[in-house]
Design a protein around this ligand. Structure first.
Ligand SMILES: NC(=O)c1ccc[n+]([C@@H]2O[C@H](COP(=O)([O-])OP(=O)(O)OC[C@H]3O[C@@H](n4cnc5c(N)ncnc54)[C@H](O)[C@@H]3O)[C@@H](O)[C@H]2O)c1
Length: 345
């Protein structure tokens, strides 16, 4: 087993910073060797804060450094393809934030180069590592709810990310619902056959400029005979609301809660508790657990459990959802493992 995996984090924004912090201080077997961000002063600031020896404004520099074993790509979605190609051709193992990229032809090119270069690639679907979702998977596998027949997902952000993020995000289906598309495949152990999606701007008019919406719903059918619906919203004024439900033939399983602290206040106003404010608080532990899995897999020379193929499968569903939303009709994914030939039905 390799003693240390020397890593570089690319992109030090909302999420890259957490990955850098975890790698610098918490992930066994990892050495954070470099941080990169083109924003003037950002990489230097983070390097100083986290005690990282090297920093750069140029991803090409770390890609060319033979001492780096793996790169963590937390740059805007529109740059993922370029970063993955660079990393793979330089023989670096890759952890890439979701979505793997925004187009299926690009995803196929990336998969080809990843596989040709023999590097490992993990996609950051952290819900699979979240203790609640992971327990749900174990209970489904143990047969506790019988055969899973329906997935319901609710993903509500407390507001919209800034316009600059939305511009590069690929839209609500690709950016937000993709977490549910992946976790639904994972929990139901099934592939999506058809997608119907709807959406509307309810509050954030600026999204018109990016042809995006702040409220969406996706209805899915699966090759196992199961079905599901997924709500995505940027309008939850009360906090960050992530919940799931899997209905089985012998019971149902509810995942997640609004509760931030496990404390209830009982007073004249009734019974209250604080609500999870945003994704770092809800998924902080999952970001650590997924990174531990990535590093542990590389140290053992093994493939991580969430691969480029999972990245592609969730992307295909997101693209079909977008097509369905635009066409106002259901879209079928003919061959779940090669879903680029999706068509409006
Ligand atoms: N898994 C999750 O829960 C989750 C949550 C938020 C974001 N994300 C994903 O993480 C990625 C980044 O999102 P974010 O919210 O952190 O964005 P952000 O805008 O906060 O940060 C992106 C950072 O990348 C930097 N950057 C831009 N181009 C770069 C390049 N070529 N090389 C290196 N750095 C570059 C920017 O300067 C910025 O600091 C997106 O793909 C997003 O989908 C995932």
């Amino acid at each position: 087993m390799k003693e240390k995996i020397r890593c570089a984090v690319l992109g030090l924004g909302r999420l890259g910073y957490w990955h850098a912090e975890n790698l610098a201080a918490k992930v066994k077997g990892a050495k954070l060797a470099s941080v990169v961000d083109p924003l003037a002063g950002q990489a230097e600031k983070v390097a100083r804060e986290l005690g990282v020896a090297a920093f750069s404004q140029f991803p090409e520099e770390v890609m060319a450094d033979p001492a780096i074993d793996a790169v963590i790509i937390a740059t805007p979605t529109s740059t993922h393809a370029e970063m993955i190609k660079l990393a793979a051709t330089h023989g670096k193992h890759i952890f890439v934030e979701k979505p793997i990229t925004s187009r299926l032809d690009l995803a196929d090119e990336l998969i080809e180069v990843i596989e040709k270069q023999g590097v490992h690639c993990m996609v950051g679907f952290m819900r699979r590592f979240d203790p609640a979702y992971a327990e749900a998977k174990r209970r489904i596998f143990a047969g506790d709810i019988g055969k899973p027949i329906y997935y319901k997902g609710i993903s509500r952000d407390p507001g919209s990310p800034p316009p600059e993020f939305i511009r590069h995000s690929g839209g609500i289906f690709l950016d937000l619902s993709i977490h549910d598309y992946d976790i639904a495949r994972f929990l139901l152990d099934a592939e999506v056959e058809s997608v119907s999606a709807h959406g509307r701007i309810l509050l954030h008019d600026f999204m018109q400029e990016f042809s995006d919406v702040d409220q969406a719903i996706t209805y899915l059918t699966f090759d196992s005979g199961a079905a599901g619906d997924i709500e995505a919203s940027r309008n939850a004024s009360y906090g960050y609301d992530i919940r799931g439900e899997v209905v089985g033939t012998e019971g149902t399983l509810m995942i997640g809660s609004h509760k931030y602290h496990d404390v209830h206040i009982l007073n004249a106003q009734g019974k209250t508790h604080s609500i999870v404010p945003a994704f770092p608080q809800r998924f902080r532990e999952s970001y650590l657990l997924e990174m531990e899995h990535f590093i542990e897999s590389l140290r053992k020379g093994q493939k991580p459990s969430v691969t480029q193929q999972d990245g592609r499968a969730a992307l295909a569903i997101a693209i079909a959802a977008r097509q369905s939303f635009e066409a106002g009709a259901a879209v079928s994914l003919h061959t779940p493992t090669k879903p680029e030939d999706s068509s409006v039905v």
